[in-house]
Ligand binder design. Sequence first.
Ligand code: FES
Length: 184
Amino acid sequence: MKRRDLFFYLPLGLAGGFFAWLGYRTYTIRFRPRPEAGEPVWREGAGVFLAKRGELALWEARFFTYPLPQGELKALLLRLPGPAPGGVSLGEEHYIALSRICTHQACTLNYVPDPEAGSILYNFRYDRPFLGCPCHFGAFDPLLGGKAVYGPPRYPLPRIRLEVRGEEVWATGHEVPLRPMEGL
Ligand code: FES
């Protein structure tokens, strides 16, 4: 190959690499199937009172921190319209508690109760409230047990174990692995 050929092949190679990366990234973000949030494996933890029965309206969230040996884990309790994997039900009341740490690169997630606003803020149109990541616009569905549904994150959010004590909802542990701090 002559030296001047490099001026042709080098940019061509770079452009090819860029478009291959773009295609792979688009496939990963939009089309590659993500793992479901199945039945959680729990690790026993401290007991933290979260809410009384009937205190939260449908889709209302309560933010809390869950104590871990390495610090406080930001989390939220959410009342759902139906049962979710890893959540609890009190008659017709359904709850789930999720870590608010994004499984992509550990940014703190926001709760997006208004999907219309979410479609503008996160460039993601969904038919119900979700958890959105302000760093790279990942999204997670609480009704699917915290499954990642959009953007770079692949893994679901770790769930906080809920326990019903009389008329009260308590947090009593968390799912393992506690992504992204543990596991892949
Ligand atoms: S850190 Fe949340 S999408 Fe990247």
